[in-house]
Every structure is written in structure tokens, then in C-alpha cells.
Write a protein that binds this ligand. Structure first.
Ligand code: SF4
Length: 130
């Protein structure tokens, strides 16, 4: 039997998983999402990444990013390696890809902020108010 905490929602149910051949039994879950998470965790665990990438812009040296979908847990460090290589040189906005199809996983690394597009205006506003 395996036991682990469900990370799908803040309730944090303790999931107990037993396997009999092809059949996977889950107990401890308070909802179906927990059962689905437990089965995925046993058969093909996946995770997402939220991180930052560097930029060439002095006023916004880092840009927040995330993955467009979950990836296999075993590829987290590989993808982080790719994210760490990125230096953004154009003023991209929220939802735009920083890396398309990272490592051929069918998932993009995307910006989660419009700060590069708005920074110029906020700096301008600051200068005007001084
Ligand atoms: S089993 Fe359901 S209620 Fe419990 S932590 Fe997971 S998602 Fe939340």
C-alpha cells in the first residue's frame, strides 16, 4: 500500500492506494478528483512548473512563466534546465510562449504576466510624478 497527500486542493486528504494486478483501489479521498490524482500518481505522475526567466530589460529583469500543461514528473529537472537558459529579448505578454514544445513534450513555457508590456508605462508614470 502507498500513502500520500492529495495535492489537488487545499483539503489535503491522505490517500491510501493498493494495487491488485491491474486494479487500483483508492481510499481516503473525499472526492473523485482525489481518486483520479491517486491513480495518475501511481501510473504516470505529472507536475507543472511555475518559475521565472531572465530578460534583457533592466526595469524588468525577470518574467514569471508557467507550463501550458502538466508534464511527466520525471522531466521536471530537464525542463527547468531549459527554462534557466532563456533570456527574453522582446516585450512579450501573458500567454505568449517563451519556449514552444519544450523538449518535444507537447507543452509550452508561457509568460504569466504583461509586466514587460506595461513596465515602460509605469516607469514613465513614475518619472512624470517626480
Ligand atoms: S481528495 Fe478531493 S477533497 Fe481531498 S484533497 Fe483531493 S481534491 Fe481535495
Amino acid at each position: 500500500m502507498s500513502s500520500f497527500v492529495c495535492i489537488v486542493c487545499p483539503k489535503g486528504c491522505t490517500l491510501n492506494v493498493t494495487r491488485e494486478g491491474e486494479k487500483i483501489n483508492v481510499t481516503g479521498n473525499s472526492c473523485k478528483r482525489g481518486e483520479a490524482f491517486a491513480i495518475a500518481e501511481i501510473t504516470n505522475p505529472k507536475r507543472t512548473i511555475c518559475s521565472t526567466v531572465r530578460t534583457v530589460f533592466e526595469d524588468v529583469p525577470v518574467l514569471p512563466v508557467r507550463l501550458s500543461a502538466d508534464i511527466p514528473k520525471s522531466r521536471i529537472f530537464d525542463v527547468m534546465g531549459e527554462i534557466n537558459k532563456v533570456v527574453v529579448k522582446t516585450k512579450i505578454g501573458r500567454g505568449e510562449a517563451v519556449i514552444k514544445n519544450v523538449l518535444g513534450l507537447g507543452v509550452d513555457v508561457i509568460a504569466t504576466s504583461d509586466i514587460l508590456k506595461t513596465a515602460e508605462y509605469s516607469l514613465y508614470a513614475e518619472k512624470k510624478s517626480v
